[in-house]
Design a protein around this ligand. Structure first.
Ligand code: ZN
Length: 249
């Protein structure tokens, strides 16, 4: 099977096609978790993929812990205006603002190097496992990025998160991020999956969209320079603002 190619300039599958695919998925209801963890590789994955789930869990009184494996310092590697340290500060601040919009606490930062999660996968799995174990709650839900999302950090986080859930008994959900850009409903990677669709309440959708606006460093240009162009341009961002979220389980 060919490896997915992530090209943010590509038009990709028409949003209507994804929308009818999403509508045909089995519905998911919010489980009665005593705590939900949402694991991200980079600050913003958690809101792009699971912001609506976080908002709905909070409305239902479920505490949510967001965990970011890296500070996202590698998003603009050739930028002359924003070096890694500045980007990390910016992105940590953005993720905290977004968490406030979703009525949850500051993300737990693990500080792994951006772009190198696969190298540190077993240590990452241990850290995630320890966090799930420390929670000591009756019924823990854990949303991680889909292990076939097509980005090496995302896939490493997905595998490490799934392994941590298998050890601790946390209920695993996997959310896609880049799939919407490189994939299509007929893609072989999707054929083995049984995705479910969470219909977002209007309030959850609004909270998610407010949280998304916090990530200006990713969705807007840092400057006019070519190396400072958005990582998630408007036509890609639109894929995350609809009325449903998709989860693999
Ligand atoms: Zn990411």
């Amino acid at each position: 099977m060919a490896e997915p190619v992530i090209d943010v300039r590509a038009t990709g599958v028409a949003e209507q096609e994804w929308e009818s695919w999403r509508r045909a998925r089995a519905p998911m209801t919010l489980p009665a978790w005593s705590r939900l963890f949402v694991m991200a590789a980079h600050p913003d994955d958690e809101v792009l993929g699971a912001g609506g789930l976080i908002a709905m869990a909070r409305t239902a009184g479920i505490p949510v812990t967001i965990v970011t494996a890296t500070d996202g310092e590698g998003s603009h590697p050739d930028s002359l205006t924003h070096g890694p340290a500045r980007l990390a500060r910016l992105r940590v601040h953005e993720a905290r603002s977004a968490a406030r919009e979703l009525k949850t606490e500051d993300p737990v930062r693990l500080g792994f190097p951006d772009g190198e999660l696969a190298t540190h996968e077993s240590r990452l799995g241990d850290r995630l496992c320890a966090l799930l174990e420390e929670a000591d709650e009756a019924r823990v839900g854990c949303a991680v990025i889909w292990r076939h999302d097509g980005h090496p950090d995302h896939e490493a986080l997905g595998r490490a998160g799934a392994a941590a859930c298998a050890v601790t008994g946390a209920e695993l959900l996997e959310y896609p991020v880049w799939m919407w850009q490189w994939g299509d409903p007929e893609h072989p990677r999707l054929q083995a999956e049984m995705p479910v669709a969470l219909a977002l309440s209007p309030a959850a959708r609004e909270a998610k969209n407010r949280a998304l606006t916090c990530f200006r460093s990713q969705f807007l240009p840092l400057s006019d320079a070519p190396a400072d162009q958005p990582i998630v341009p408007a036509h890609v961002l639109r894929r995350f603002t609809g009325p449903t979220e998709i989860y693999f389980r």
